[in-house]
Design a protein around this ligand. Structure first.
Ligand SMILES: Cc1ncc(COP(=O)(O)O)c(CNc2co[nH]c2=O)c1O
Length: 398
């Protein structure tokens, strides 16, 4: 049996989304910017996609959305655009972010640091969450931007975005959230959150890879990252991947409607809890960041005595796909940076395994995964030269 439990890395394209995309490869294939019928034929579905996108996040209208290639481009568009507008051409020189952002945020901020910008990286509390008051305390006269993720890709922890948005509004500071891991899992409302900018990526909510979006609040200036064309009103040059844009719009429609979010919060959460509870019955296991206030599909579990990469290999041999954290960091054997941010000791920081489910997982798959995981833990702990579990009188050893 094959069981895919790495949906925070990427998701399967929903077959219903794929159906919407098909016509734009060999039938309606014109360039949207061409004046003839072949180009104009793409417009109705592109407008429909923009309608799905802006309504899915409760933006004002379709002008508040630009189509990008992924969340990484969207994040760079915001951070570097604010740098140009507010720092290079303004009187600001400070950005507030967190220690547990995705590398797309951290690396963009590191680049700005190399250009002389001051960056504050806020720490998480013992539950792996940024506390809103630490944002308030970090804002200074010359703060240009606050950028805090909506949901952490490794732990699933949800951050107090609405509270932080109110703080930024009162301090008159621009506010960006990387919502890549939130859309399709929890309600996302850019107006309730007082966001000026937001980034997202279609392949995280059953849309195609290679397409994402940036929300830019109406009236907020943002110098484009890409120049050289009038697409997206000049906010993002380059011919749009029409099929992917249509796919992302429909995926947003399927993922953010009331019924879909209720399904995530019930069916997917129940399967995640079933998997998590079974693993937590093993001794010396714990959920990193705790089980409260998370996206319904994610669990990051430390299994003492079991190297995360070894576990992934065992699982893969049995047809199960999971991860130790962000795929972009999975090539190296570095300790999980999020676990480091929790102050985990170096041994613990290598024991994390992330399981991230989706609406396409079934109970049969989860029960099979539980059986494989429990057997893998037994095998790997028995092989470990450094792990010796001394069961307490009432516990059975492994
Ligand atoms: C919070 C967050 N932001 C940005 C990105 C980048 O998205 P992309 O530009 O579409 O690639 C990711 C991808 N996160 C992961 C990719 O693989 N495992 C992950 O957890 C993410 O989880």
């Amino acid at each position: 049996m094959e069981v895919y439990l790495d949906n925070n890395a990427t998701t399967m394209v929903d077959p219903l989304v794929f159906e919407q995309m098909k016509p734009f490869f060999c039938e309606t294939y014109g360039n949207p910017n061409s004046l003839h019928r072949f180009g104009a034929g793409t417009h109705p579905k592109m407008m429909e996609a923009l309608d799905y996108l802006y309504t899915g996040i409760n933006a004002d209208d379709e002008d508040d959305i630009i189509i990008t290639s992924n969340a990484t481009e969207s994040i760079n568009t915001v951070i570097k655009g604010v740098w140009v507008d507010e720092i290079l051409n303004g009187d600001k020189n400070h950005i507030v972010t967190s220690e547990v952002e995705h590398p797309a945020v951290t690396a963009a901020c590191r680049f700005l640091e190399s250009q002389g910008v001051s960056i504050t990286y806020l720490p998480v509390n013992e539950n792996g969450v940024i506390e809103a008051n630490t944002v308030r305390d970090s804002i200074k006269e010359d703060t240009a931007l606050v950028s805090i993720m909506w949901a952490n890709n490794e732990t699933g922890k949800l951050f107090p975005i609405e509270e932080i948005g109110q703080i930024c509004k009162e301090a008159n500071v621009l506010f960006h959230s990387d919502a890549t891991q939130a859309i399709g899992k929890v309600p996302v409302d850019v107006q309730k959150a007082n966001l000026d900018f937001m980034s997202f990526s279609a392949h995280k909510f059953h849309g195609p890879k290679g397409v994402g979006g940036t929300y830019i609040k109406k009236g907020v200036k943002l110098t484009p990252l890409l120049h050289g064309g009038e697409q997206m009103g000049g906010k993002r040059a380059g011919t749009v991947d029409v099929a992917s844009m249509v796919g992302m719009g429909y995926a947003m429609h399927l993922a953010t409607n009331e019924m879909a979010l209720a399904y995530e919060d019930n069916h997917v959460r129940k399967l995640r809890d079933r998997l998590e509870s079974a693993i937590l019955e093993l001794p010396e296991t714990l959920v990193i960041g705790g089980t409260e206030n998370r996206t319904p599909n994610t669990t990051l579990i430390s299994i003492r005595g079991v190297e995360g990469e070894s576990m992934l290999w065992d699982l893969n041999q049995k047809g199960i796909g999971a991860s130790t954290g962000s795929a972009c960091a999975s090539e190296d054997l570095e300790a999980n940076p999020v676990m480091n941010a929790f102050g985990s000791d170096s041994e613990l920081a290598h024991t994390g395994v992330r399981f991230s489910l989706s609406r396409f997982n079934t109970q049969e798959q989860i029960d099979y995964a539980i059986e494989v995981i429990v057997n893998a833990v037994k095998r790997l702990r028995n092989l470990s030269s450094s792990y010796a579990y001394a069961p307490k009188s009432h516990e059975s050893g492994l």
